[in-house]
Design a protein around this ligand. Structure first.
Ligand code: FAD
Length: 432
């Protein structure tokens, strides 16, 4: 929790780091743990992974009822109004109980990260029709920035919107979109980006406008979902938009400024991925320790061999580092939102510049999934043939976190680009 205390030496107040969890945070974290103990058991997660999508409605509704989905949506918008630091702790727990990454991807990265950002920039109509029902688990809200031409370069999309009277006419295609089957079944829609003019040379992030696209709008054709390798309980699909007409109130923020809002959405979703990876890695460690203590090879437990002990110690060290990094990042984002207040077209100057926060966010989005993948792979090896079976969730974690390394919310190399850009300066960006 953000703790604001008198500084002691100076007049005024400073916002201090406090590594203790507050009573309120303990209460929230314990209640989510209790809920997951009953509802997101290993058997349930295995069943979800085996059965595949659609994502179980009772899991979404249950967590929404507790106020753990889109937690940072402010109270004045009927949201739980918790801070990102606490939401990150919740994401850690969700990652722990569902190490396949499906629940965290669906409810933390997509619905919480993007749903919160949607709430900040949408009209009251969208808030009432989509954001509030999604907070109750009744509808799905997601993000669709990736197009068949590519996903890493967020501004390289081709979809367009042309103003026709009071409406916008939208054409284009989005792909590799999380939750298309759930969205079709429950109702809801997507944050999309479209071109609303010709950008100047070398600045293709300009003239990009964001809209909310209801999945059932006339002219939207949802494509057959992909057969993913992992995080099976949430679908990944795409859709074509053929002369879809949207009223102006479906626009998110100002015309031509969509790039900035979209980056904010990525920031919040990526934070959730970093935090959920802390939980996934902790789960892998907790599954592995009893196994390597019990399994005897060449007359002694696996846990006695240095080769295995050292790998375990390294994974643990890195997980603890990741936890500190994710919590510091969330704390910075909380300060930003606290100082910035409610929606602004472009972020105001705050203690931490948005680009500085984006650098930290990229650090955790890079470190978290890579580390979780490495931990899952190492633990599978410790388990020998048993690690290669579906008797354990290790293989499902390995398949699931790979989606974060490859791409979901930006691939590993893209995070490295952001970090290097902040260290070297924009003039060293390889694509400029
Ligand atoms: C399971 C899953 C769910 C997803 N859900 C969503 C969703 O809900 N909404 C959505 O919009 N998208 C979603 N995506 C798409 C995801 O955002 C993209 O996969 C990602 O942005 C990468 O885009 P791409 O797949 O087109 O790869 P490309 O952009 O073609 O990149 C290919 C490879 O090149 C690397 N690369 C790219 N540029 C550089 C560079 N300059 N230097 C070095 N390496 C580079 C990338 O890191 C990647 O490894 C999802 C993806 C997955 C796997």
């Amino acid at each position: 929790m953000i703790v604001a205390k008198p500084d002691g030496k100076n007049e005024g107040k400073s916002i201090m780091y406090d590594f203790r969890e507050s009573d309120e945070q303990k209460l929230i974290v314990n209640s989510v743990k209790e809920w997951c103990e009953k509802n997101l058991t290993a058997e349930k997660v295995r069943e979800m992974d085996d059965k595949g999508h659609p994502f179980p409605k009772e899991i979404v509704e249950g967590l929404c009822k507790l106020g753990y989905v889109m937690g940072p949506v402010p109270v004045e918008h009927d949201g739980p109004g918790i801070d990102w630091l606490t939401q990150g702790m919740i994401a850690e727990v969700i990652g722990y109980y569902d190490p396949t990454a499906a629940t965290a991807a669906a409810l933390m990265a997509v619905e919480t990260g993007w749903g919160f950002t949607l709430d900040r920039h949408c009209s009251d109509v969208i808030r009432e029709r989509y954001v509030k029902p999604a907070m109750k688990g009744k509808k799905f809200v997601g993000v669709a920035t990736t197009e068949p031409g590519g996903g890493s370069d967020v501004a390289a999309f081709k979809s367009t919107a042309v103003k026709a009277g009071d409406e916008w006419v939208i054409n284009g295609e989005k792909t590799f979109t999380s939750g298309t089957e759930e969205c079709k079944e429950w109702g809801g829609g997507y944050w999309i980006n479209v071109r609303t003019g010709s950008p100047p040379p070398g600045a293709h992030h300009r003239n990009m406008t964001s809209f909310f696209l209801p999945i059932d709008a006339e002219g939207v054709e949802v494509q057959k979902p992909y057969r993913d390798a992992g995080r099976m309980s949430i679908s990944t699909g795409g859709f074509i938009m053929d002369d879809v007409r949207l009223p102006d109130e479906y626009r998110l923020g100002d015309v031509d400024y969509g790039f900035y809002y979209t980056m904010e959405g990525f920031d919040n979703a990526r934070m959730m991925i970093g935090s959920s990876c802390v939980g996934i890695i902790q789960r892998i460690i907790d599954e592995a320790i009893p196994y390597i203590k019990a399994r005897e090879v060449f007359g002694r437990p696996l846990a006695k061999y240095e080769a295995i002990q050292f790998e375990l110690a390294e994974i643990y060290r890195e997980m603890e580092a990741l936890k500190l990094m994710t919590r510091k990042t969330a704390w910075m984002q909380d300060i930003r939102y606290q100082e910035e207040g409610m929606p602004e077209r472009i972020a105001k100057a705050t203690t931490f510049k948005p680009k500085e926060i984006a650098k930290w966010i990229s650090l955790i989005k890079w470190k978290g999934p890579s580390l979780a993948l490495d931990a899952a792979k190492k633990a599978m090896l410790w388990f020998g043939a048993a690690g290669y079976t579906k008797d354990y969730l290790l293989e499902a974690a390995w398949r699931g976190v790979m989606s974060y390394v490859i791409g979901a919310e930006g691939g590993k190399n893209i995070q490295k680009l952001v970090v290097a850009r902040e260290l070297l300066g924009r003039e060293y960006l390889p694509y400029r």
